[in-house]
Design a protein around this ligand. Structure first.
Ligand SMILES: [Zn+2]
Length: 260
């Protein structure tokens, strides 16, 4: 049974016609239909319109998919991003099964940190090692909910190259939030709602002779404007990218945009 997708962005011009007149209908996915990125007639023409989608905008069967942003303690972003992915994936499943997603418990990032430390020992590793081992732990041991009543395991893990924007967008359109690393520059901390974060290039760290500093987030949307890709990401920093209405009422926080 297909979910009712609710309001969606009207900017999505996902059907397009190539110069030879072939009409390319979008590829249907669970949450968002993706444009066909290369013409199906074989002419080689590429889709070049703007498009955008964001899980936070979507109500599936009248429920919010993502739930509340998390708040990490210390340098535990990798575990918090995984905890959020597990929660939102289960929320999505509950919605499709016509259950209340708010009954899905919040997952314990601390549980994942604890299991990782038990497995690896005293941790002096780089982020990527943590990313890989924690994914393996989610498969082998699972993660507990904060109330300790639920244990979730993942059935499969896979990796998408960071420059494969079309595959990343397709996975998000299918309803899979993705674990991702951002390079941390001085503007990330003070990013404002509606600003696009531009991560520093890896060479800037080399030039300054400092180690690359990364931060784990959850990708929950993607878009392209004038041929340039960007992502919506969910951060686990308290009061990140706060958005208020004209009366000062808090509308949303935790979601940023990033160029790639
Ligand atoms: Zn064509």
């Amino acid at each position: 049974m297909a979910p009712i997708r609710g309001t969606r962005s009207t900017r999505n011009q996902v059907t397009w016609t190539c110069k030879a007149g072939h009409i390319n209908d979008p590829q249907e996915h669970l949450l968002f239909d993706m444009p066909c990125f290369e013409c199906r007639c074989g002419c080689g023409e590429k889709f070049d319109n703007d498009f955008e989608f964001f899980m936070g905008d979507v109500k599936v069967n009248n429920h919010d998919v993502i739930g509340e942003p998390m708040h990490q303690e210390g340098a535990t972003c990798v575990a918090f991003a995984y905890a959020k992915i597990m929660e939102s994936t289960k929320r999505m499943k509950a919605i499709i099964e016509k259950k209340d997603p708010d009954l899905v418990p919040v997952m314990s990032a601390e549980d994942l940190v604890h299991k990782y430390e038990k497995l690896i020992g005293n941790d002096t590793s780089t982020g990527i090692k943590k990313v890989v081992h924690m994914a393996q732990i989610l498969k082998d041991q699972g993660i507990r909910s904060e109330d300790k009543k639920t244990l979730y395991k993942v059935s499969d893990i896979s990796t998408i190259r960071r420059d494969d924007c079309e595959s990343i967008a397709s996975a998000l359109g299918k309803g899979f939030p993705l674990h991702a690393g951002l390079r941390v520059g001085k503007n990330l901390q003070k990013l404002k709602f509606c600003q696009i974060y531009k991560p520093p290039h890896g060479s800037q760290f080399i030039a300054q002779r400092i180690p690359v500093k990364g931060h784990a987030v959850v990708l929950i949307g993607a878009g392209r404007k004038k041929g340039r890709w960007y992502y919506f990401f969910l951060n686990s920093w308290r009061r990140f990218c706060v958005r208020k209405d004209s009366r000062g009422k808090l509308l949303r926080y935790g979601v940023g945009f990033s160029a790639i």
